[in-house]
Write a protein that binds this ligand. Sequence first.
Ligand code: URA
Length: 204
Amino acid sequence: MLEEAGTLDELRDMLGLCTRCRLSEGRNKIVFGYGNPEARLMFVGEAPGKAEDAQGLPFVGPAGRLLDELLAGIGLARKDVYITNVVKCRPPGNRDPLPEETETCNPFLAGQIRLIRPSIVCQLGRIAASVMMKRSVQMTKMHGQRLIGPGYFNVPVFHPAAALRTPATRGLLVEDFANLKKYLDEDQAPPEPPSPEPEQMGLF
Ligand code: URA
């Protein structure tokens, strides 16, 4: 059914006023995603926070301001990339999303990836990286690496919110964004997507 969506707007319409999981009970606005539907670089964070839930847009709070700075540092702006989260609704009290919530939302993220066809998906933080790569990702070991994914490269980086808490992490993020720029400039062909489309299999 979701694979019938031919545009991001159609996919968003299929999400509707979603009540597929319990996150719908406490949310104000669904945060579907924002940016260039033809972006080569896509960012996936964990979940909307308070500011995002109020505005319906991803990364518009303090972590988002740092993300804007990091993008500007490599000559990019929001309009050049696509930004979303593994779950589209704010978890109560900003708790981590539960496995059943990420699983329920997964087809929409997979649909966004299918329609945008980015060459690089950059996971912002351990949770997004672990959900998308289906294993427990240790960010200290894996951040900034270009890893082969199903039809694109995964590049996990620290969450910008972590850099707001720990200044040393900010330097690592600056380095990893420089790596992202290098990967984009190298323009290495992304790996072939699996067949059938990941969305149909319910996998990334
Ligand atoms: N943190 C996230 O992971 N996503 C947002 O959209 C905002 C903050």
